[in-house]
Design a protein around this ligand. Structure first.
Ligand code: ZN
Length: 517
């Protein structure tokens, strides 16, 4: 039985632990959003002879591979070109993916690690290289392109007149996409360019609201495809190269979509290359970083200095000596980058080694608290209440649509609500455990504090495991986001339990006083 000093110490400990868990979770997220890439460098690599005069890149936001295979105009392009699949990076969000598409650099190298906070990528892009070669560049798409590349694009940027966010029917979204398409066509006619990017985003809205396997998604992506067909028909097919790619797919859970995580339907993006310089009947499978060097090869641009991908040479229609020249240019840039980019595996190993002492200390701490909590009276009842607590937590976790994946959040606007549900689920689980204790062990006072100490220690041990394995914060490399998101939810669960324990303390004190009176 805990004495008065023990109760006070438990309360102080739980309050401090709850505050610390929120602080650590915030610091982990902050390390991703405030990240500045240390890998940018300037080097001008040799240009080559172009394989095409004009390239139009369609960024089909949120288009899944399975849906892409059903789209009429996209498949018509694929039939005369080289289709394939590109694996996107993590987090599987639009802005990191868009930056990767045009720089050939993964988020940890481009510096665009999230959708909300980032600086213009300080690394070379197909835009900056095209401008340097005297080619004209224009982009019609979401505000991201202006925020990230506005300085380079200048007047070559056109924005939708309005951007949509949530709560629209499939018909409204389709009508909106048609309206945007008319704007896009007018913009393209006014700004004929050697390199053009067109962002079509209605499919992503539909994916979020209806799910990636829904009728609504099919209706809206058909409108996106229709727009693609209209734009393609305005160009001379003999002299223009078309590239169509998506930035990520969508999950479909109970009629809701989402992305950001590692689900196969999210991280595989369809790609179609067709037209001038592209082999008919070829394949183009690879990684999202392969797009920028492939566009560079097609337009005869230097390889972007921070490019981490490869030219999809198997999709190119060029004589062997031209392909050899492309490979030479590719090799030169790759060797130069390798001298500046630390070995990822070795770097991660070194970071893991550095974290060792803190991980060990934290593990010992939580194990000691757990042992102390179970060492007192009624350990069996305590263990039963603990099991009930976790059982209720996970039942609510599932019922509330929570999951250990960023994709399950549905929309970024719902992120805070998602986290709040997790806090409440943990607090409710603990609350049920306390009620169970009160029913079965009424004579044992303060068991509820030992329950809180035990449950938070178990969550804490899981967080410590992730800290030891892959780290919670971003330093030079993107941490394992799947494990990191789970640790984030566990940290918030600790906060929820600690908060509920403090509440229980005040409730029991009032009841005690009322009884005494
Ligand atoms: Zn989205």
């Amino acid at each position: 039985m805990l004495n008065r000093i023990g109760v006070t110490a438990s309360i102080v400990y739980l309050a401090a632990l709850g505050a610390a868990s929120v602080f650590v979770a915030g610091a982990a997220w902050e390390s991703v959003t405030s990240y500045r890439t240390p890998y940018a460098y300037e080097a001008v690599f040799p240009a080559g002879r172009p394989l095409t005069e004009r390239l139009v890149l369609f960024v089909l936001d949120g288009l899944r591979v399975d849906r892409a295979a059903e789209l009429e105009h996209l498949q018509r392009l694929a039939a005369r070109g080289s289709p394939g699949t590109l694996r996107v990076g993590l987090p599987s969000l639009s802005n990191p993916a868009r930056a990767t598409m045009v720089t050939g650099a993964w988020p940890e190298v481009s510096g665009v690690t999230n959708n909300a906070r980032f600086d213009p990528p300080p690394v070379q892009s197909i835009f900056s290289l095209a401008k340097r070669r005297g080619l004209s560049v224009s982009v019609f798409g979401s505000i991201f392109w202006k925020r990230a590349f506005g300085d380079i694009l200048g007047g070559g940027y056109g924005r939708f007149e309005k951007e949509l966010h949530g709560g629209r029917s499939a018909q409204e979204l389709s009508a909106w996409q048609q309206d945007i398409c008319a704007q896009a066509l007018a913009f393209l006619a006014a700004k004929p360019s050697n390199l053009t990017v067109v962002g079509l985003t209605a499919g992503d809205e539909a994916g979020h609201d209806f799910g990636g396997d829904s009728d609504g998604y099919r209706v809206v992506t058909a409108a996106v495809d229709d727009c693609l067909g209209q734009i393609v028909s305005r160009f001379d097919a003999a002299t223009t190269t078309f590239a169509a790619v998506s930035d990520h797919g969508h999950i479909d859970r109970r009629g809701r979509g989402g992305h950001g995580g590692v689900e196969p339907e999210v991280i595989d993006a369809p790609l179609v290359l067709a037209g001038a310089g592209i082999r008919a009947g070829g394949r183009a499978d690879g990684l999202l970083v392969d797009l920028a060097p492939t566009v560079s090869a097609l337009l005869g641009l230097p390889m972007p200095a921070n490019n981490q991908g490869r030219v999809l040479a198997e999709a190119l229609d060029a004589p062997p000596e031209r392909l050899q020249a492309i490979r030479r240019r590719e090799r030169e840039q790759r060797e130069c980058l390798a001298a500046r980019l630390p070995d990822r595996e070795a770097g991660l190993r070194a970071e893991r080694h550095d974290r060792g002492p803190v991980s060990t200390l934290a593990a010992v701490w939580f194990l000691a608290v757990l042992a102390a909590a179970l060492a007192g009276a009624a350990p069996r009842r305590l263990a039963a209440a603990g099991a009930l607590c976790f059982g209720v937590y996970y039942a609510l976790f599932l019922a509330l649509g929570l999951d250990y994946s960023l994709s399950a959040v549905v929309r970024e606007e719902y992120l805070n609500g998602f986290f709040l549900k997790n806090i409440l689920a943990a607090a409710a689980g603990y609350g049920i455990g306390v009620i169970q204790l009160a029913r079965t062990a009424a004579s044992e006072k303060n068991l509820y504090l030992r329950l809180a100490a035990a449950v938070t220690s178990l969550f804490g041990l899981r967080v410590v495991w992730t800290h030891a394995q892959s780290g919670l914060a971003m330093r030079g490399f993107m941490p394992d986001l799947e494990a990191g998101f789970k640790a984030y939810l566990d940290l918030l669960a600790i906060f929820g339990v600690a908060l509920a324990a403090l509440l229980a303390f005040f409730v029991f004190r009032r009841i005690g006083r009322a009884r005494a009176a």
